[in-house]
Design a protein around this ligand. Structure first.
Ligand SMILES: [Fe+2]
Length: 406
């Protein structure tokens, strides 16, 4: 019996192979060979799907999707907006309205809803910033814990709800009375909708500049002097020997003239001023932040720092570029120096001040007066003027000799 006949009789290949007492693979091979010898499979007639009549007639519906050309146009506009924003944010120029020194309070990582957040220190710093004229706040991120994913279980370890956390952030950003130079978002803020909540919070109340991860700011003073600040939640690069490695790496690689580099993130602080080829000497600052008693640091074996929870950078537009920024590891100390410097500068600028008079007299000494210049050089004077000058000089000598004799 041919394989095709067995298949026709028994219905399935398995039953046919069993009836012929052949292994399945052999049966398949023989069946294929028989079909090939017979000229292959016979193709069925193509089925026509055309129906003689339409039993149901549907109405013509409008297209529910945006036409592709409109969608492409919209995407192009969105891209252009994003690019314009990126370009404008790259060394964003901020004008300062006078030439007095200013202070920038560098803060970081409050994690304000965490039980380890040093709230008394945070409140003290807020008071200092608020009460010190010319002092502005800059925070490098992580306003709340805002746990996400498997870390969301850690909400069970803290007293405060997310609702309370948002109220605290609202106080910190909007109601504490500090003037913000920059609000930077960290990794904890980017989780969930944290970043968007902070962005909307700041946009709806007062104009507070919110930056994603990094802020590159150029302060421009009326005397045309500038101070460049490159602040980010963190910069790429780690070293077991210094918490400032990432900042140094960034400043060496880019050499974009930043006077001050600032970061946070690792809850361990450090300050250094370095010199780059060419003599530029930026400050590198990593603030420790306000979160203490960090369980993650404990179990991971990270050293928990004590110093530099917040740092004060004093910017003096009247100083030469190499001395434009002074950094103080103590916010209170920096605020005291800032106030003294501003008072001194104000006094020296006041009309009739001794310092102003000293400056004026030193200026006049360094620039000879017109009369003195003229008497020193009579080459350009007329003959009669020269004679008059000589006469006056001789009269002066006679008078002095008379006084000496008397
Ligand atoms: Fe943090």
């Amino acid at each position: 019996m041919k394989p095709s006949e067995a298949l026709a009789r028994y219905g399935t290949k398995t039953a046919a192979a069993r009836a012929l007492n052949l292994p399945m693979s052999t049966f398949r091979g023989r069946l294929e060979a028989e079909i090939r010898q017979a000229g292959g499979y016979a193709h069925p007639e193509p089925v026509s799907y055309e129906q003689p009549s339409r039993p149901l007639i549907f109405p013509d519906m409008p297209d529910r999707y945006e036409p592709i050309e409109d969608l492409l146009d919209r995407c192009s506009k969105h891209y252009q907006r994003e690019r314009d924003y990126r370009d404008a944010a790259n060394w964003q120029q901020i004008k300062v309205n006078d030439d007095l020194p200013i202070g920038i309070a560098l803060m970081g990582d409050p994690h304000i809803d965490d039980p380890g957040c040093n709230i008394p220190l945070l409140r003290r710093d807020v008071e200092i910033i608020k009460e010190t004229p010319g002092c502005y706040a800059l925070n490098v991120g992580d306003y709340t814990n805002n746990w996400v994913g498997r870390l969301a279980r850690l909400f069970g370890n803290q007293e405060l709800s997310q609702a309370s956390a948002r109220r605290l952030v609202e106080w910190f950003l909007l109601e504490s009375g500090m003037t913000w130079l920059a609000v930077i978002l960290g990794n904890h803020d980017e989780w969930n909708e944290g970043g968007e909540i902070i962005r909307r919070m700041c946009a709806s109340h007062v104009q507070i500049p919110v930056h994603d991860w990094q802020a590159k700011i150029e302060l421009v003073f009326p005397n045309k002097e500038v101070c460049r600040i490159n602040a980010a939640h963190d910069f790429k690069g780690r070293s077991m020997y210094t918490p400032l490695h990432g900042l140094k790496r960034e400043t060496i690689w880019h050499q974009d003239g930043a006077h001050l580099m600032v970061a946070g993130h690792i809850h361990f602080g450090g300050i250094e001023q370095c010199e780059l080829p060419g003599g530029h000497n930026p400050w590198l600052v990593r603030v420790r932040g306000y979160k203490e008693m960090d369980h993650h640091a404990l179990v991971s074996g990270f050293h928990e720092g004590i110093q530099f929870p917040s740092v004060m950078a004093v910017v003096d537009p009247a100083a030469p570029p190499s001395e434009r920024v002074m950094v103080f590891g103590s916010l209170a100390q920096g605020a005291a120096v800032l106030s003294s410097l501003r008072a001194l500068r104000r006094a020296s600028q006041a009309p009739g001040s001794a310092a102003k008079a000293r400056r004026k007299s030193s200026k006049s000494r360094s620039q000879p007066s017109r009369g003195r210049k003229q008497s020193r050089s009579n080459r350009g004077a007329s003959p009669s003027q020269g004679r008059n000058n000589k006469r006056a000089a001789s009269q002066g000598r006679q008078s002095r000799s008379r006084q000496a004799r008397a």
